[in-house]
Design a protein around this ligand. Structure first.
Ligand code: ATP
Length: 274
């Protein structure tokens, strides 16, 4: 670990201990977008607390504000009112300290750089030495099952492999929080399935907190300990459902009767809000 990243983690941990802060916290977050005379209330008074180490999914109808909430945590959208924090740090501080990493659907890579150089880019920008960044990028590529493709160009990878490389790029920064916005949305079902269990394994290995935006009820249930359900726009949190399917999940978890029970609960919660 670089001294810079060690310092940032120490700082984040100290902030967490000092404030007794949970992992990811939103307090009364509202977001209103204004474009000309058009006013869009995307989020209304959202309060949320995702303890560190939790795997959380955010689900709700299209346009209800899921990506907006994730972008508030990622310091891309500023709340009109309310506050958001990671380990007691503001999103801007969390960004500066590389406490989180963001993976979005169809994350792009620089086409002229090899996969490993793309994955190491964040560390390069952070000023990490070349040997260390290549070592860490290679470790992350191995975690997502892309060992052997380090020297490939992005165009030589399949869509699923590119998406795994985007996840590796995020992991290389050793984030405490993984913010993922529909990271598997464009993938075929078999690849998505495999990536679900790779992601769960990576989270077990790294202990990172997951905050995942998804449209898929089954994905929310298999990947998370907590599913946050949002109402249609303006997005508010209608329910937080604890998914008690154990820490270690496998494809057989889907055959557990409780899996079907949680799917049904979520379906009802979403329809109730529609
Ligand atoms: N930068 C922006 N400027 C103006 N309006 C925006 C902006 N970003 C989002 N919106 C609006 O805010 C609302 C919520 O959008 P958001 O992308 O957060 O929804 P979502 O739940 O993630 O949708 P989907 O599931 O379809 O991806 C939508 O009405 C959208 O048009």
């Amino acid at each position: 670990m670089t001294s810079a990243s060690a310092a940032s983690l120490t700082r984040a941990d100290t902030a967490s201990e000092a404030t007794g802060a949970a992992g990811l916290v939103a307090q009364g977050v509202s977001v209103t977008f204004r474009r000309g005379t058009q006013v869009i209330d995307a989020l209304k008074d959202v309060s949320l607390n995702i303890p560190r180490g939790t795997r959380a999914a955010l689900i709700g109808a299209s346009g209800c504000g899921k990506s907006t909430l994730l972008r508030v945590f990622a310091d891309i959208v500023q709340p009109t009112s309310g506050t958001a924090s990671h380990y007691g740090l503001t999103p801007a501080e969390a960004r500066a300290n590389r406490v989180y990493a963001l993976v979005q659907q169809g994350s792009t890579m620089l086409p002229w750089r090899t996969v490993i150089d793309n994955v190491a880019l964040g560390l390069e920008i952070a000023g990490t030495s070349k040997p260390e960044r290549l070592e860490r990028a290679a470790e992350s590529l191995a975690l997502v099952g892309l060992k052997g493709f380090e020297k490939s160009l992005p165009a030589e990878l399949s869509g699923g492999m590119r998406q795994r490389a985007a996840i590796a790029r995020a992991l290389t920064l050793r984030p405490r929080f993984l913010l993922m916005d529909e990271p598997f949305g464009a993938l075929d079902e078999i690849t998505r399935d495999r990536l679900h269990f790779e992601l769960l394994r990576i989270l077990e290995e790294t202990g990172a907190t997951l905050f995942l935006v998804t449209h898929s009820i089954a994905e929310a249930v298999i990947l998370s300990d907590k599913v946050v359900v949002m109402t249609p726009r303006p997005g508010r949190i209608s329910q937080v459902i604890d998914v008690d399917l154990g820490q270690h999940r496998t494809p057989a978890t889907r055959e557990d009767p409780r899996f079907g029970h949680y799917e049904l609960m979520l379906r009802r919660a979403l329809h109730h809000d529609a």
